[in-house]
Design a protein around this ligand. Structure first.
Ligand SMILES: [Zn+2]
Length: 151
């Protein structure tokens, strides 16, 4: 459904399609922010990360605009907002919504984020919910710690 590795022109076209599908008008800030998220190495970015990257590229944009666009993207389900806030003051991070569920491991040392999906954990949650007569609408699991190979 989603193609990440494309050349620059195609990425902009891809962004346009996505914006249209989401019912959002194509504006330059929206296209630029979407393409930042599509090209991000660490595909979990804060508004400030995106803002700093755009400024580095020589774009004229304000942090407030980045926030506003990300909030619009979230409402349109183009991005997912996460709060990896083990330290209580970290900012929200955003990632593109590929429609696949996954959970996260977050390093308290470096902020590195690794995604995982485990069928056994997923099934166990369903069993637990059933046992408690509970309907799961959503869930997110965040493991906090450190990777043993981190500096
Ligand atoms: Zn993720």
């Amino acid at each position: 459904m989603y193609i990440v590795k494309l050349n620059k022109d195609n990425i902009v076209n891809m962004s346009n399609i996505e914006l249209k599908n989401a019912g959002l008008k194509i504006t330059l800030p929206r296209v630029k922010i979407l393409s930042k998220l599509e090209n991000a190495k660490n595909h979990h970015m804060s508004a400030e990360d995106i803002y700093k990257d755009l400024i580095k590229d020589g774009e004229v944009i304000s942090l407030a605009t980045v926030y506003r666009v990300l909030t619009q993207f979230e409402a349109a389900k183009i991005v997912i907002r996460h709060h990896f806030d083990a330290d209580n003051n970290s900012q929200a991070v955003f990632e593109l919504n590929h429609g696949d569920h996954h959970d996260h491991m977050v390093s308290l040392k470096t902020g590195k984020v690794v995604e995982f999906y485990d069928e056994i954990i997923e099934n166990r949650q369903k069993e637990l919910a059933k046992k408690h007569n509970f309907k799961i609408l959503d869930h997110s699991m965040i493991l906090y710690g450190e990777f043993l190979d981190e500096e």
